[in-house]
Design a protein around this ligand. Sequence first.
Ligand SMILES: Cc1cc2nc3c(=O)[nH]c(=O)nc-3n(C[C@H](O)[C@H](O)[C@H](O)COP(=O)(O)O)c2cc1C
Length: 333
Amino acid sequence: MQKYPSLTELLAIEFPVIMAPMFLVSNKEMLVAGMKAGVMATFPSLNYRKEGELEALLDELNAIKANSPKGSYGINLITQKSNPLYLKHLKICADKKVPFYITSLGSPKEVVAAAKSYGAKVFCDVTNIAHAQKCYENNCDGFIAVGQGAGGHAGPNPLQVLVPSLKKHFPDKPVIAAGGIVTGSGLLSVCVLGADGASIGTRFITSKECMVNDAYKQAILNAGMDDIVMTTKLSGTPCTIIDTAEARKMGYTQSWFERFMSNNKQTRKWFKMLVQIRGMKRLEESVLPNNYKRLWCAGKSVELIEDILSCEEIIARLKEEYRMSIEEVRKYN
Ligand SMILES: Cc1cc2nc3c(=O)[nH]c(=O)nc-3n(C[C@H](O)[C@H](O)[C@H](O)COP(=O)(O)O)c2cc1C
């Protein structure tokens, strides 16, 4: 028996889907379209690094949210010490009363404390039970189970194991499944596993509102699941990218020296910061309009993506396919 409200009730949204936060990809147009279509539209705070930018966006989103009760918005904070903007961004978000947070790569402690002071919800990206246990002890509101093949920092475990395992260990917390979900049947399948909703990233890169360059969108349309590889060269953490000539040149694994610097107590913090700054720069040179490099982050769901649609159309299709999948399953009962 479920011991918490439904995800739609908990997050004040109409449909149990999160438009996932994507570094350099999520933008205001996507967020507004997602909110209007009734989902939880999220973005990484690191997409807004210039002075005053994040505050201005949050003001706009709060105004839109007040007039668009179907969906909501949330922010993703990288809570690792190697993110120099973490605490500054958290303070801005708490001042602006951001309604929903997703934490990644570290402890959610400070985010939970800030969010609870005004009733916001905090979900944590997790890829295994040990990390989930730490988030649980810090009183998070739920988990995002990041499975194999997800876009970005994919986990090593399949959703078919990770989702039921999280439900078994933490029956009082909602779980959202992330990784490889594009269709309504994909959404239904993770709900059957016990998930309360899905977080979808890669699909929205090929949305009309997304401002990445056309070569990136086209690469997603052309790629199949075997074209997606993992690399630790971009951020230090395993990350999925399209296997271009440039990706092969960069390489997939850190050298022994890079691993040594990342693990050594004295150098860890600064070296990780350095790797992340270099990774951000490499991605910027590939993602933004008028840039020409070819290091493109995407998950295995590229296999199922065949068209460029508006966010509204993507979400409408998802809702319709979800409804049809439920009918399809009923036929066998
Ligand atoms: C281009 C790209 C950038 C991403 N950037 C972030 C990020 O900054 N923070 C984060 O928590 N997750 C990030 N992710 C992961 C997504 O939030 C989400 O977990 C993932 O996209 C779900 O898998 P899917 O792409 O198969 O739908 C990123 C994913 C992609 C594809």
